[in-house]
Design a protein around this ligand. Structure first.
Ligand SMILES: Cc1cc2nc3c(=O)[nH]c(=O)nc-3n(C[C@H](O)[C@H](O)[C@H](O)COP(=O)(O)O)c2cc1C
Length: 161
């Protein structure tokens, strides 16, 4: 099963979280993952992916305009894929949750199945997606890994390799 991680990152925080997701899900047997900046998306890999994670920095309490522009102009067909989100912000309460929900709205409009595992597998809860302050404290990084692995294992269980 292939997993794509598409992100926008200006100063590297969101990119680091994307790489962490890539490393984590690659540890699951039968999973191939690729993280890619919006400027270098591997379209054929995305087309073959069952899951696409979208990562964004928080800008003015929502997701970045660069990610919005990319989503509005890209021609990739995301319909039918599982869509997950992650966001970085500078400080607690900076709006990452809202950025994630706004991004999830985009995914729904594209016909994706939005998924986060949420509170269904106990602590730690991953409400809308993973959130890190800048590139994440150790605890936040751990939650990113748990989130990414839980999503991927569940999708693998549901749809197979
Ligand atoms: C234009 C702009 C707006 C921002 N707005 C917010 C914000 O509303 N809340 C917040 O917590 N951080 C805000 N930040 C900080 C970034 O979300 C944060 O530093 C993020 O981790 C940067 O990600 P990157 O290193 O992947 O580019 C803003 C940064 C920029 C450049």
């Amino acid at each position: 099963m292939k997993v794509s991680i598409i992100y926008h990152s200006e100063t590297g925080n969101t990119e680091k979280v994307a790489k962490l997701i890539e490393e984590s899900v690659c540890q699951i047997e039968g999973v191939k993952a690729e993280s890619m900046a919006i400027s270098e998306v591997d379209e054929s890999f995305v087309n073959d992916s069952a899951i696409v994670f979208f990562g964004t920095p928080t800008y003015a309490g929502t997701y970045s305009w660069q990610m919005k522009k990319w989503l509005d102009t890209c021609r990739i067909k995301f319909a039918g894929k599982i869509g997950c989100v992650f966001a970085t912000e500078k400080y607690i309460g900076g709006g990452a949750d809202n950025a994630e929900m706004a991004l999830i709205s985009e995914l729904l409009v594209k016909g994706m199945f939005a998924y986060s595992v949420g509170a269904s597998e106990g602590q730690p809860y991953t409400h809308f997606g993973a959130v890190c302050i800048k590139d994440g404290t150790d605890e936040q990084k751990e939650r990113v890994k748990i989130f990414a692995k839980r999503v991927t294992k569940k999708v693998k269980e549901m749809f197979g390799d």
